[in-house]
Ligand binder design. Structure first.
Ligand SMILES: Cc1ncc(COP(=O)(O)O)c(C=O)c1O
Length: 392
């Protein structure tokens, strides 16, 4: 029997899967590959979070199904986090929901808000699920170029014109931005909220890199804009700020109708995050502020080693002000190869895996993305490999 799955046919192999396959093949050949491909944090989760998880896991009361939208004390802590960090008031009952990471929350949120054919505005390039959630939900994608920065993207947004009643429904934003590392200040969000209000868009802002900003750059919450809750929700991830990637926990906060829609959909799909993880997440949000700048500092130092090293190899790449990535235009002499072939050759000849930019969208072609997920010594070793590859 030859089965056809039309939805699956719309999903090309995930960009990270393609590069993982090349990396594994090289490793099978006995090569030491420094893996800067996937943004998979390598730092340990802070001890107080792990300790709380272990303690809570020993209590059999926590072994049952939990609350799909998150236990009340976690939602309360999310509200306190918003108040403390951004001066934003969130009602823990109606304006916050825990999710199994930002990725799960985001993709189900898109599903909850659209119907087949809905127009969804997504930056290009983008973190894959930001566009594929809409594809999975049968939406029409409207792409906004972000390869030249936030101003270019805002200008394209201003110029989008649709007849009355045919406007897109959803605007996806995410700053600091993966993969381009673009950051914005609050003025950007003021204008985005004003446009959304005028045209009837809902905004989902993914703030996964809230804490990974450097050199005085800002990572504002869109909810800081007065009235933003009328048109917007925000996703946050515990994966990067607290090195909790494998734990699968994040949250969504903002517009109560949108939060209610996600809550309803998730109540059909899951029974909540394992309760010890939720309890440990309360500790993270409540007691672990001091660890966050330390984690950010590790990424900043790695960034500097990579940027300086690439420059010494004759590859000048702008220093990112946010995220855990370096977004590098292919060196001119290699531009003809294209992103994927360059990334393949970098694995084979430099022993370094990076993500080909075209995996993030058409406008990512001509770039590779390095994730700063190996230590400084390994990054220095990566740079030596890249240097000999570029100068061979
Ligand atoms: C923009 C963005 N959002 C969300 C995620 C994933 O977050 P989580 O681990 O909470 O699902 C990532 C991970 O790379 C990301 O880059």
């Amino acid at each position: 029997m030859d089965y056809r799955f039309p939805l699956i046919e719309k999903l090309p192999p995930y960009v990270f899967a393609v590069i993982t396959q090349y990396k594994m093949e090289a490793r099978r050949r006995g090569e030491d590959i420094i893996d800067l491909g996937m943004g998979n944090p390598d730092l340990p989760t802070p001890d107080p979070i792990v300790d709380k998880m272990v303690e809570a896991a020993r209590n059999s009361r926590n072994h049952r199904y939990s609350a799909s939208r998150g236990i009340p004390n976690l939602r309360l802590e999310i509200a306190r986090w918003y108040e403390r960090r951004y001066g934003v008031e969130i009602d823990p009952e109606t304006e916050a929901i825990a999710t199994m990471g930002a990725k799960e929350g985001f993709s189900h949120l898109v599903m909850a808000l659209v119907e087949p054919g809905t127009k969804v505005i997504v930056p290009d390039p983008s973190y894959p699920i930001h566009s594929f959630a809409a594809t999975i939900a049968g939406c029409e994608l409207i792409k906004l170029p972000i390869d030249q920065g936030a101003d270019q993207m805002m200008e394209s947004l201003r110029r989008l014109e649709y007849p009355k009643g045919q406007h897109p429904r959803l605007l996806i934003l995410s700053f600091p931005h993966n993969p381009t590392t673009v950051t914005v200040n609050l003025d950007f969000f003021h204008e985005a909220v004003a446009i959304a209000r005028e045209r009837g868009y809902l905004i989902i802002h993914d703030l996964a890199y809230a804490d990974l900003v450097f050199d005085g750059a800002e990572a504002p919450s869109i909810l800081q804009v007065p009235g933003a809750k009328d048109v917007a929700v925000e996703m946050f991830s515990m994966s990067k700020s607290y090195s909790m990637a494998g734990w699968r926990v994040g949250f969504c906060a903002g517009n109560p109708q949108v939060v209610a829609a996600l809550t309803r959909l998730k109540s059909y799909l899951d029974y909540g995050i394992f309760q010890p993880i939720q309890i440990a997440s309360i500790i993270a949000l409540r007691d672990c502020d001091e660890y966050v700048p330390e984690i950010a500092e590790v990424y900043r130092r790695r960034r500097d080693v990579l940027i300086k090293g690439l420059a010494s190899a004759g590859w000048d790449v702008p220093t990112p002000k946010g995220t855990m990535f370096v977004w590098a235009k292919l060196p001119p002499a290699f531009a003809h190869l294209g992103s994927l072939e360059f990334a393949k050759q970098m694995i084979a000849k430099a022993g370094v895996a990076a993500s080909p930019g075209n995996g993030f969208g058409e406008r990512g072609e001509g770039y590779v993305r390095f994730a700063l997920v190996e230590n400084e010594q390994r990054i220095a070793q990566a740079v030596r490999g890249i240097k000999s590859f570029l100068t061979e």
